[in-house]
Design a binder for this molecule. Structure first.
Ligand code: IPE
Ligand code: IPE
Ligand code: MG
Length: 260
């Protein structure tokens, strides 16, 4: 009898721990500046290396079962940096998209941009439109590039859209549900991120996906973004697979902690 109970417990713990690859991974690509400074180079040198890492990770992720990848490239707060860095980042993005679009499209990658694109320079807006058009039919993985993105901006933007619908009489106050907000966010229709990775070691959100990450698992690595490799991504996925997500409920044996 004792053995039976033990076997049941072991089986249920095993079931919960069965490897499961997250559908949506979001990455705060931090540490470019420190990577460059360590080498005595200007910060933009780090951003250039970071763009190469982004390409490598985007191409490696679909084979690990990732269907959605969100990359935090420029936040609504990054405008506080010196002009030369901000402008340099935008020029790098333009160069990167122009050079890599065909490769991304041939790998079945669909590119989308989330963020306040109207606040971006015209040449960035043009390359975004081109990237979205050229990669539109990609079905292997969707990459959201978060550009001039802030979690607060995303929520405010959704609330403005709701207010407009209420004002026009299309919906009433009672129609303002979680689904109503979600469907007006920049990630509408996409699964919430299962795993939020932050490179560079800082243990903070920095205004990324505030609504969408309500139940995301967090993984912080000290590895600076230009040094991040597909092997590091694999390590993050393995760690994710060992987590026990409960979404506020209890585990199968009624436990609230990691008892397995
Ligand atoms: C992240 O790297 C990239 C952007 C914010 C554009 P950082 O530039 O923040 O690098 P660190 O944190 O200063 O090392
Ligand atoms: C977060 O990194 C934004 C991006 C990676 C694009 P930051 O370097 O801007 O974040 P803080 O300033 O350390 O919080
Ligand atoms: Mg940083």
């Amino acid at each position: 009898m004792f053995v039976d109970v033990w076997n049941t417990l072991a089986l249920s713990c095993w079931r919960e721990a069965v490897p499961e690859v997250p559908m949506h991974i979001a990455i705060t690509m931090d540490g470019n500046g420190r990577w460059a400074q360590k080498r005595g180079k200007p910060r933009l040198h780090g951003h250039r290396a970071g763009a190469e890492t982004a390409k490598t990770i985007v191409l490696a992720a679909p084979d690990m079962g990732v269907s959605h990848l969100t990359l935090f490239a420029f936040s609504t707060e990054n405008w506080k940096r010196p002009n030369v860095e901000v402008h340099g980042i935008f020029r790098l993005l333009e160069e990167f998209f122009t050079r890599e679009l065909d490769t991304l499209a041939s790998h079945g990658i669909q590119v989308g941009v989330i963020g306040d694109r109207r606040g971006l320079p015209g040449f960035v807006q043009s390359v975004i439109v081109r990237s979205e058009e050229i990669t539109r039919s990609g079905r292997k993985m969707l990459v959201n590039i978060a550009l001039n993105y802030g979690g607060r901006w995303d929520i405010v933007h959704a609330v403005q859209a709701i207010a407009a619908d209420v004002q026009a009489g299309r919906i009433g106050p009672r129609d303002i549900t979680e689904e109503a907000v979600e469907s007006r966010l920049s990630t509408a229709g996409q699964p919430d991120p299962d795993l939020l990775i932050r490179t560079g070691g800082e243990q903070r959100i920095s205004n990324f996906l505030l609504w969408q990450s309500a139940y995301s698992e967090m993984y912080v690595t000290p590895v600076l973004w230009p040094d991040f490799t597909p092997e590091h991504l694999k390590a993050a996925l393995l760690e994710f697979q060992s987590r026990h997500r409960r979404f506020g409920a209890l585990g199968p044996m009624g436990e609230g902690g990691d008892n397995c």
